[in-house]
Design a protein. Structure first.
Length: 284
Protein backbone atom coordinates (compact mmCIF):
# COMPACT_ATOMS: atom_id res chain seq x y z
CA UNK A 1 0.00 0.00 0.00
CA UNK A 2 1.23 3.50 -0.86
CA UNK A 3 0.45 6.11 1.79
CA UNK A 4 0.95 9.85 1.27
CA UNK A 5 0.28 12.57 3.89
CA UNK A 6 1.37 15.93 2.46
CA UNK A 7 1.19 19.21 4.36
CA UNK A 8 0.02 21.33 1.43
CA UNK A 9 -2.61 21.01 -1.27
CA UNK A 10 -0.52 21.22 -4.47
CA UNK A 11 1.56 18.07 -3.89
CA UNK A 12 -1.59 16.26 -2.77
CA UNK A 13 -3.38 17.05 -6.04
CA UNK A 14 -0.30 16.27 -8.14
CA UNK A 15 0.05 12.88 -6.44
CA UNK A 16 -3.66 12.20 -6.87
CA UNK A 17 -3.38 12.95 -10.62
CA UNK A 18 -0.64 10.33 -11.01
CA UNK A 19 -2.41 7.48 -9.22
CA UNK A 20 -5.46 5.32 -9.88
CA UNK A 21 -8.07 3.99 -7.45
CA UNK A 22 -6.90 6.27 -4.66
CA UNK A 23 -8.61 6.14 -1.27
CA UNK A 24 -8.90 9.61 0.28
CA UNK A 25 -8.67 9.64 4.06
CA UNK A 26 -9.59 12.41 6.49
CA UNK A 27 -11.75 11.68 9.56
CA UNK A 28 -12.11 8.00 8.53
CA UNK A 29 -15.30 7.62 10.60
CA UNK A 30 -17.06 6.08 7.58
CA UNK A 31 -13.99 4.70 5.81
CA UNK A 32 -12.72 2.39 8.53
CA UNK A 33 -16.06 0.73 9.40
CA UNK A 34 -16.58 0.04 5.69
CA UNK A 35 -13.16 -1.59 5.32
CA UNK A 36 -13.50 -5.35 5.67
CA UNK A 37 -9.84 -6.22 5.08
CA UNK A 38 -7.03 -5.85 7.60
CA UNK A 39 -5.68 -2.90 5.64
CA UNK A 40 -6.74 -0.56 2.87
CA UNK A 41 -5.85 -1.64 -0.63
CA UNK A 42 -4.25 0.67 -3.18
CA UNK A 43 -2.85 4.17 -2.69
CA UNK A 44 -4.11 6.24 0.25
CA UNK A 45 -4.05 10.05 0.29
CA UNK A 46 -4.33 11.43 3.82
CA UNK A 47 -5.56 15.05 3.88
CA UNK A 48 -5.34 15.64 7.63
CA UNK A 49 -2.01 17.54 7.56
CA UNK A 50 -3.18 20.14 5.00
CA UNK A 51 -4.14 23.04 7.25
CA UNK A 52 -5.64 25.11 4.41
CA UNK A 53 -8.41 22.51 4.05
CA UNK A 54 -9.65 23.12 7.58
CA UNK A 55 -11.55 25.96 9.20
CA UNK A 56 -14.51 28.29 8.68
CA UNK A 57 -14.09 31.75 7.19
CA UNK A 58 -16.41 34.66 6.45
CA UNK A 59 -15.44 35.80 2.96
CA UNK A 60 -16.80 38.55 0.73
CA UNK A 61 -19.48 36.51 -1.05
CA UNK A 62 -19.50 33.21 0.83
CA UNK A 63 -19.10 31.50 4.14
CA UNK A 64 -16.34 28.99 3.44
CA UNK A 65 -16.18 25.66 5.29
CA UNK A 66 -12.95 23.77 4.65
CA UNK A 67 -13.20 20.11 3.67
CA UNK A 68 -11.55 18.70 6.80
CA UNK A 69 -13.42 20.97 9.21
CA UNK A 70 -14.95 18.72 11.86
CA UNK A 71 -18.43 18.69 13.31
CA UNK A 72 -16.98 19.82 16.63
CA UNK A 73 -15.50 22.83 14.83
CA UNK A 74 -19.00 23.71 13.61
CA UNK A 75 -20.49 23.35 17.09
CA UNK A 76 -17.82 25.62 18.59
CA UNK A 77 -17.94 28.27 15.85
CA UNK A 78 -19.65 31.65 16.13
CA UNK A 79 -22.08 31.51 13.20
CA UNK A 80 -25.26 33.43 12.31
CA UNK A 81 -28.65 31.91 13.33
CA UNK A 82 -29.17 30.67 9.75
CA UNK A 83 -26.53 28.05 10.57
CA UNK A 84 -28.31 26.78 13.70
CA UNK A 85 -29.64 23.93 11.58
CA UNK A 86 -26.07 22.82 10.90
CA UNK A 87 -25.06 23.16 14.54
CA UNK A 88 -28.03 21.10 15.69
CA UNK A 89 -27.26 18.42 13.10
CA UNK A 90 -23.61 18.41 14.18
CA UNK A 91 -24.66 17.29 17.64
CA UNK A 92 -26.51 14.34 16.08
CA UNK A 93 -23.52 13.00 14.13
CA UNK A 94 -22.68 9.97 16.25
CA UNK A 95 -20.84 10.33 19.53
CA UNK A 96 -18.60 13.21 20.63
CA UNK A 97 -15.61 11.17 19.45
CA UNK A 98 -17.14 10.93 15.97
CA UNK A 99 -17.91 14.65 15.98
CA UNK A 100 -14.28 15.35 16.87
CA UNK A 101 -12.95 13.32 13.94
CA UNK A 102 -15.65 13.29 11.25
CA UNK A 103 -15.26 15.88 8.50
CA UNK A 104 -17.80 17.94 6.61
CA UNK A 105 -16.54 16.83 3.20
CA UNK A 106 -16.48 13.19 4.23
CA UNK A 107 -20.15 13.38 5.20
CA UNK A 108 -20.99 14.62 1.70
CA UNK A 109 -18.66 12.38 -0.30
CA UNK A 110 -19.98 9.33 1.55
CA UNK A 111 -23.36 10.27 0.03
CA UNK A 112 -25.50 8.35 2.46
CA UNK A 113 -29.25 9.05 2.17
CA UNK A 114 -29.18 9.42 5.97
CA UNK A 115 -26.23 11.86 6.14
CA UNK A 116 -27.25 14.41 8.78
CA UNK A 117 -25.52 17.36 7.17
CA UNK A 118 -27.05 17.20 3.71
CA UNK A 119 -30.55 18.61 4.41
CA UNK A 120 -28.97 21.48 6.33
CA UNK A 121 -26.59 22.39 3.52
CA UNK A 122 -29.47 22.25 1.05
CA UNK A 123 -31.44 24.86 3.00
CA UNK A 124 -28.32 27.03 2.89
CA UNK A 125 -28.04 26.71 -0.92
CA UNK A 126 -24.56 25.27 -0.44
CA UNK A 127 -22.10 24.72 -3.24
CA UNK A 128 -19.15 22.34 -3.25
CA UNK A 129 -15.71 23.35 -4.43
CA UNK A 130 -13.95 20.55 -6.31
CA UNK A 131 -10.22 20.76 -7.00
CA UNK A 132 -7.85 18.77 -9.19
CA UNK A 133 -4.30 19.52 -10.27
CA UNK A 134 -5.65 21.26 -13.39
CA UNK A 135 -8.82 23.11 -12.34
CA UNK A 136 -11.23 24.29 -9.67
CA UNK A 137 -14.93 23.89 -10.29
CA UNK A 138 -18.09 24.47 -8.28
CA UNK A 139 -21.37 22.61 -8.20
CA UNK A 140 -24.57 23.16 -6.24
CA UNK A 141 -24.79 20.46 -3.60
CA UNK A 142 -28.16 19.52 -5.09
CA UNK A 143 -26.29 18.41 -8.22
CA UNK A 144 -23.23 16.92 -6.52
CA UNK A 145 -24.94 13.98 -4.79
CA UNK A 146 -26.51 11.93 -7.57
CA UNK A 147 -27.67 8.84 -5.65
CA UNK A 148 -26.92 6.61 -2.68
CA UNK A 149 -23.10 6.50 -2.35
CA UNK A 150 -22.84 8.33 -5.68
CA UNK A 151 -21.41 11.80 -6.36
CA UNK A 152 -20.17 13.86 -9.30
CA UNK A 153 -16.62 13.80 -7.94
CA UNK A 154 -14.31 13.05 -10.86
CA UNK A 155 -11.07 11.09 -10.96
CA UNK A 156 -8.25 13.23 -9.62
CA UNK A 157 -10.53 15.58 -7.65
CA UNK A 158 -11.09 16.26 -3.99
CA UNK A 159 -13.90 18.20 -2.37
CA UNK A 160 -11.90 21.12 -0.97
CA UNK A 161 -14.62 23.31 0.55
CA UNK A 162 -18.33 23.89 1.06
CA UNK A 163 -19.52 27.39 0.19
CA UNK A 164 -22.66 29.08 1.50
CA UNK A 165 -23.73 32.30 -0.28
CA UNK A 166 -24.07 35.30 1.99
CA UNK A 167 -27.64 35.72 0.74
CA UNK A 168 -28.47 32.29 2.20
CA UNK A 169 -26.90 32.94 5.59
CA UNK A 170 -29.80 35.19 6.65
CA UNK A 171 -32.75 34.20 8.79
CA UNK A 172 -33.26 31.57 11.49
CA UNK A 173 -33.11 27.81 11.17
CA UNK A 174 -33.68 24.52 12.92
CA UNK A 175 -33.16 20.77 12.52
CA UNK A 176 -35.40 17.87 13.53
CA UNK A 177 -34.37 14.22 13.52
CA UNK A 178 -36.40 11.09 14.20
CA UNK A 179 -34.78 7.77 15.05
CA UNK A 180 -35.42 4.59 16.95
CA UNK A 181 -33.89 6.18 20.07
CA UNK A 182 -32.77 9.65 21.11
CA UNK A 183 -28.99 9.43 20.61
CA UNK A 184 -26.41 7.64 18.46
CA UNK A 185 -28.82 6.57 15.74
CA UNK A 186 -29.21 6.63 12.00
CA UNK A 187 -32.24 8.74 11.21
CA UNK A 188 -35.59 7.48 9.99
CA UNK A 189 -36.51 10.99 8.84
CA UNK A 190 -34.85 14.37 9.29
CA UNK A 191 -35.91 17.89 8.37
CA UNK A 192 -33.93 21.11 8.11
CA UNK A 193 -35.69 24.45 7.81
CA UNK A 194 -34.59 28.06 7.41
CA UNK A 195 -37.00 31.01 7.48
CA UNK A 196 -36.42 34.67 6.74
CA UNK A 197 -39.08 37.14 7.84
CA UNK A 198 -39.81 40.84 7.68
CA UNK A 199 -42.10 42.25 10.37
CA UNK A 200 -43.43 38.77 11.02
CA UNK A 201 -44.13 37.97 7.35
CA UNK A 202 -42.19 35.14 5.70
CA UNK A 203 -40.07 36.45 2.83
CA UNK A 204 -37.96 33.33 2.25
CA UNK A 205 -38.36 29.68 3.20
CA UNK A 206 -36.01 26.76 2.70
CA UNK A 207 -37.10 23.29 3.83
CA UNK A 208 -35.32 20.01 3.15
CA UNK A 209 -36.11 16.40 4.02
CA UNK A 210 -33.49 13.68 4.38
CA UNK A 211 -33.44 9.92 4.97
CA UNK A 212 -36.64 9.50 2.95
CA UNK A 213 -35.69 9.57 -0.71
CA UNK A 214 -32.49 8.14 -2.13
CA UNK A 215 -31.14 11.70 -1.99
CA UNK A 216 -32.20 14.48 0.40
CA UNK A 217 -34.32 17.12 -1.29
CA UNK A 218 -35.82 20.57 -0.94
CA UNK A 219 -39.60 20.96 -0.67
CA UNK A 220 -39.91 23.80 -3.15
CA UNK A 221 -43.71 23.80 -3.39
CA UNK A 222 -44.07 23.87 0.38
CA UNK A 223 -41.55 26.72 0.57
CA UNK A 224 -43.40 28.75 -2.04
CA UNK A 225 -46.66 28.24 -0.19
CA UNK A 226 -45.22 29.88 2.92
CA UNK A 227 -43.99 33.07 1.23
CA UNK A 228 -46.12 36.04 2.29
CA UNK A 229 -47.69 34.20 5.23
CA UNK A 230 -47.52 35.42 8.81
CA UNK A 231 -45.01 33.51 10.92
CA UNK A 232 -46.83 32.64 14.12
CA UNK A 233 -48.23 29.73 16.07
CA UNK A 234 -50.72 28.94 13.29
CA UNK A 235 -48.24 28.85 10.37
CA UNK A 236 -47.48 25.15 10.71
CA UNK A 237 -51.15 24.37 10.14
CA UNK A 238 -50.81 25.62 6.56
CA UNK A 239 -48.64 22.59 5.77
CA UNK A 240 -50.75 19.55 5.05
CA UNK A 241 -49.72 15.92 4.89
CA UNK A 242 -50.42 15.97 1.15
CA UNK A 243 -48.20 19.00 0.50
CA UNK A 244 -45.18 17.16 1.83
CA UNK A 245 -45.92 13.73 0.49
CA UNK A 246 -46.69 14.88 -3.02
CA UNK A 247 -43.00 15.76 -3.18
CA UNK A 248 -41.17 12.98 -1.34
CA UNK A 249 -41.03 9.32 -2.34
CA UNK A 250 -39.96 7.51 0.83
CA UNK A 251 -37.95 4.31 0.77
CA UNK A 252 -38.58 1.09 2.70
CA UNK A 253 -35.64 -0.23 4.71
CA UNK A 254 -34.84 -1.95 7.99
CA UNK A 255 -35.44 1.22 9.99
CA UNK A 256 -38.91 2.06 8.67
CA UNK A 257 -41.45 1.52 5.93
CA UNK A 258 -42.46 4.18 3.45
CA UNK A 259 -45.85 4.87 5.03
CA UNK A 260 -44.38 5.70 8.42
CA UNK A 261 -41.78 7.94 6.80
CA UNK A 262 -44.54 9.84 4.99
CA UNK A 263 -46.35 10.57 8.24
CA UNK A 264 -43.15 11.39 10.09
CA UNK A 265 -41.84 13.72 7.39
CA UNK A 266 -44.95 15.90 7.30
CA UNK A 267 -45.05 16.03 11.09
CA UNK A 268 -41.38 17.05 11.37
CA UNK A 269 -41.86 19.77 8.76
CA UNK A 270 -44.72 21.22 10.80
CA UNK A 271 -42.73 20.96 14.02
CA UNK A 272 -39.79 22.73 12.40
CA UNK A 273 -41.94 25.65 11.26
CA UNK A 274 -43.59 25.83 14.65
CA UNK A 275 -40.20 25.87 16.38
CA UNK A 276 -39.14 28.85 14.29
CA UNK A 277 -42.49 30.58 14.85
CA UNK A 278 -42.80 30.33 18.61
CA UNK A 279 -39.34 31.48 19.63
CA UNK A 280 -35.65 31.69 18.95
CA UNK A 281 -33.41 28.70 19.52
CA UNK A 282 -30.56 28.84 22.01
CA UNK A 283 -27.82 27.10 20.06
CA UNK A 284 -24.32 27.52 21.47
Amino acid sequence: MQYFRPDSLTPALDWLAEKRNVTIAAGCTDLLPATTAQSLSGPVLDLTAITTLSGISNEEKFWRFGATTTWTDVINSDLPPAFDTLKLAAREVGSVQIQNAGTLAGNLCNASPAADGVPCWLTLDAQVELQSSSEIRRLPLSQFISGPRQTKLQTGEILSAILVPKSSSIGRSTFQKLGARKYLIISIVMVAARIREDNGVITEAAISVGSCNAVAQRLTEVENGLIGEQLDGETANLISHEMVNDVIDPIDDLRSDAGYRQDAASELVRRSINTLAVGKLNVT
